[in-house]
Design a protein around this ligand. Structure first.
Ligand SMILES: CC(C)(COP(=O)(O)OP(=O)(O)OC[C@H]1O[C@@H](n2cnc3c(N)ncnc32)[C@H](O)[C@@H]1OP(=O)(O)O)[C@@H](O)C(=O)NCCC(=O)NCCS
Length: 176
């Protein structure tokens, strides 16, 4: 089972285990970690700093522009307090030029030890449920050309390829 939960410092032990499993930050897509001053520190204080970041206005983009967004942690379970945390998901509420061209509405990452168990596919499906409330009737999700796992995650959630820009495949998911 997979659930999306809001970042919460009470889950700091599960969060530190997840950060350690990623073993670095380069594949922590959807985490928003890149807005921290330095890498996330896998301690309780590190979790406090991380959660504070997620409650600030929005994620950024490489050009520094920011849009409102929702941060989630992906949990293995029903969202209960003891669930293992297995990943990150970030839902950008609007698209600026960079997000329309490359980043898309939604980014996600699953910790290495929990991959290939359906968590990303389920997390994306759950995130799409937020779209109507945000006034979004089609969701843009993108992936690198060589990212077969993310491509499949998007496609099984109904993604229709619009085009390829640079090294990114751009998919739209229609919201019923
Ligand atoms: C992409 C990622 C989130 C997928 O997470 P996951 O939980 O392992 O994905 P799922 O188990 O839900 O699998 C979804 C689909 O992808 C397929 N898949 C998963 N890993 C795959 C791989 N390495 N190669 C090919 N297909 C793969 C699964 O088989 C499944 O398809 P199916 O239902 O047709 O069998 C994960 O690999 C990851 O975090 N990668 C690094 C960060 C990243 O690339 N994020 C996306 C940025 S666009």
């Amino acid at each position: 089972m997979t659930a999306l939960v809001s970042p919460d410092v009470r889950r700091w032990r599960q969060w530190t285990a997840m950060i350690e499993d990623f073993g670095g930050t380069d594949e922590m897509h959807g985490s928003g970690h890149w807005f921290l001053d330095g890498d996330p520190v896998p301690t309780q204080d590190g979790c406090v700093a991380f959660v504070a970041m997620t409650t600030q206005t929005a994620p950024g983009t490489p050009d520094g522009a920011r849009v409102p967004s929702t941060y989630y942690w992906i949990a293995a379970g029903d969202g209960g307090a003891d669930d293992e945390l297995v990943g990150f998901l970030n839902f950008r509420h609007t698209l600026n030029d960079f997000l329309l061209d490359q980043g898309g509405h939604i980014g996600y990452g699953v910790r290495p030890s929990a991959r290939r168990r359906g968590h990303a596919a389920a997390a994306l499906r759950l995130a799409l449920l937020d779209a109507p409330g945000l006034g979004i009737d089609r969701v843009l999700v993108t992936c690198d050309l060589d990212n077969a796992a993310s491509r499949r995650t998007i496609e099984i959630n109904g993604g229709e390829l619009e085009d390829i820009r640079g090294d990114r495949r751009r998919y739209w998911i229609a919201i019923p």
